[in-house]
Design a protein around this ligand. Sequence first.
Ligand SMILES: Cc1ncc(COP(=O)(O)O)c(C=O)c1O
Length: 397
Amino acid sequence: MEHKLAFFGNSPVFQKPRSTSNLIKPNIYSFLNYIKPYFQKESLAEDNLLIQSLENRLALIHGTKHCVAVCNGLWGLVLAINELKLKGKTEILMPSLTYRRMADIAAWLKMIPHYCDIEIKTLGISTKSVEASINNNTALILAPHPIVNLCDIDGLLNISEKYKLPILFDSVEASYASFKGKPIGCYGDAEVFSVHASKFLNGFEGGYITTNNSDLARRLKAARNFGIDDNQDLITLGINGKMIAAHAAMTMACLDLLDNQIKKNKARFYKYKELLENVKGIDLVEYDSIERRSFKNILVKLNEQWPYSRELTISILQKENMVVRPYYFPPLHKKEATYPTIIGELKNTELLMNQYMLLPCGEFVDFRDIEIIVKHLVYLETNSSQIKFQIEKIINK
Ligand SMILES: Cc1ncc(COP(=O)(O)O)c(C=O)c1O
């Protein structure tokens, strides 16, 4: 029997791609209401009010003293590391299985990414591996929260305290989360977030840094403004890293939708959970049900019963216009770099790097889509012998 997969040249299940990004879009008038007072001003170069009110609102949400809005998450990380790193030291401890441009951040600072392993349970940076990697040249611990779970916040804070090392959390994937009932944002020396259009909060582009350290906040505000502080003194190395008003207005409009968005994300997640019970080879990575979570991403693990490799699975599904993505692949230690790197022992990273993938989610994926996607997975699992035989025939042609 011929299987009618798009992989074999048939029409795809979806006419339009179903993506793995959130892509939340507020009502345009809500965005315009926020931008209007700014637009009506005589000089558009002198705005600060909109940015300040966004910063105040975000600081309140995260329960921090300060929030510093910046042009995007990546430069937010660069600026925060530059302010926090131990002077004269050059290594940044970070996981290898993480955001694909994380090591470049070290390179921009002329620092060296030192790759640590991850924990099997959370996929977050391993506290044990961090401790084993600390040496005389360690400048900072960079701990990105993994997708769905959080990293071991308490364990990492203990290590940071024990060795007197600064710790920065990349909380881009944990923007709505809480830990021990307290919102993410107030842990470590600072936390960095992104409001890129694909993220939980869509500001078109942009990012922000939260901290309880007033001196750090003052320096970060200067750093995003060419290094110049409110008194017009040059106090640090800066860039033009300010958030623009349009991005702040969009972020404000999205903040108004937060509760509704969580409700919809949660409903999508539970729909996947219910239906994926029928797929033996796929385990859904579950969100903590006690703490606050965004339920934004649908992360699954392909277990030993799944009959295809992850790469083949992704090729098959993408042909159907399901924009499925591998979980942070390749890991950073497998990529060619034009700058020095240090590779620690990465046993868990090697073990898990080919097992996880992200399924379509977010605003443009509805219940019907989820039913179609999971039905397709059931079909692939049930008919795997014939489908694989058909694929072999094509490959050997
Ligand atoms: C974990 C993580 N950190 C940092 C960034 C960078 O954020 P931005 O795109 O706002 O520069 C991203 C972007 O995808 C990310 O996923």
